[in-house]
Design a protein around this ligand. Structure first.
Ligand SMILES: C[S@@+](CC[C@H](N)C(=O)[O-])C[C@H]1O[C@@H](n2cnc3c(N)ncnc32)[C@H](O)[C@@H]1O
Length: 286
């Protein structure tokens, strides 16, 4: 009984699969979005408030790209998949004649290796996409590193990752990704997308979020130290900071500070910044 059911399921997946203009490749995290309404909703997550450029990561067959292009901005779409790039260059415009591709450029590139400074001649741009889940946290970290160029970031992740990025202190899933992202960006979880709207369907739900860079995103701490403090603290999330941050050689006086009696998941982003400032000051006055 069970066998028969799984056989049927596989067969129908294959049938849909064959109708795609590009063959989905597992190693590239390709799950093509099939639902135009969802694609339009993701396209509309961009506010594009005050800048003219958008980078789409992983356009695939361009389902989301259509709605981004409707915003009338300069769009660069970068994908690692040669077959997707060929489709976008050769057939996409023919398949969608009503969409203007005048300010549209397609490049075959690995986002993780791209020099973002060169993309729009050093001008600011939004990042968006239905991201390949296997590298989605690396995508966020690269955006954070390039925050001077990236005032806005929207897109789809595995639901748990999107939730983790937007999570507040006091929750079990609040962690490194939440603190480092929210130090620079206001993060908002927007909506959940079920596996059924993809081909092939992923095993998990997806979640769409929006990050808007904070007006004053230059932090009052050394970035390297801040990242080290946050990462070290969460490596032993059950321990108090006094114990988990031993490698920082804190002075006896600082260790007495009540903040060190807390666990990392109890600290807000602001408190993490204060903690880093204290450690920074401690090191100077040592
Ligand atoms: C989940 S699919 C989304 C495709 C399309 N945007 C959609 O919604 O149907 C992720 C896309 O990212 C591309 N991709 C994977 N790794 C990449 C990388 N390192 N740089 C750029 N694109 C990548 C894949 O080839 C794929 O087209």
């Amino acid at each position: 009984m069970k066998k028969k059911y799984s056989h049927k399921k596989q067969k129908s997946t294959k049938k849909q699969y064959a109708s795609d203009p590009v063959k989905a490749k597992k190693h590239l995290g390709q799950h093509f979005l099939k639902d135009e309404e969802v694609a339009e909703r993701i396209g509309n997550t961009l506010t594009l408030n005050g800048y003219e450029n958008v980078l789409e990561i992983g356009p695939g067959t361009g389902v989301l790209t259509k709605y981004i292009l409707q915003k009338g901005k300069n769009v660069i779409a970068a994908d690692l998949d040669t077959e997707s790039i060929e489709y976008l260059n050769q057939s996409f415009a023919l398949d969608h004649p009503s969409i203007s591709t005048e300010n549209f450029q397609v490049i075959e590139a690995d986002f993780l290796k791209m020099n973002l400074e060169k993309l729009f001649n050093g001008k600011a741009f939004a990042i968006t996409g239905n991201f390949p889940y296997n590298i989605s946290t690396q995508i966020v970290f690269k955006a954070i590193e390039n925050r001077d160029l990236v005032p806005e970031f929207t897109g789809m992740f595995q639901k748990e990752v999107a939730q983790r990025i937007c999570e507040k202190e006091g929750s079990k899933t609040y962690g490194i990704l939440s603190v480092l992202t929210q130090a620079y960006y206001d993060a908002e979880y927007l909506f959940t997308v079920p596996p059924t709207v993809f081909n092939p369907p992923p095993k998990v739900d997806s979640g769409v979020l929006r990050l808007i860079r904070k007006e004053d995103y230059s932090l009052p701490v050394e970035q390297k130290l801040f990242f080290r403090v946050v990462k070290t603290a969460f490596q032993q999330r059950r321990k108090t900071l006094r114990n988990s941050l031993k490698s920082f050689n804190l002075s006896l006086q600082l260790k007495e500070d009540s903040i060190f009696g807390q666990r990392p998941e109890q600290l807000s982003v602001q408190q993490f910044l204060e903690l880093t400032q204290k450690i920074q000051h401690d090191a100077v006055s040592d």
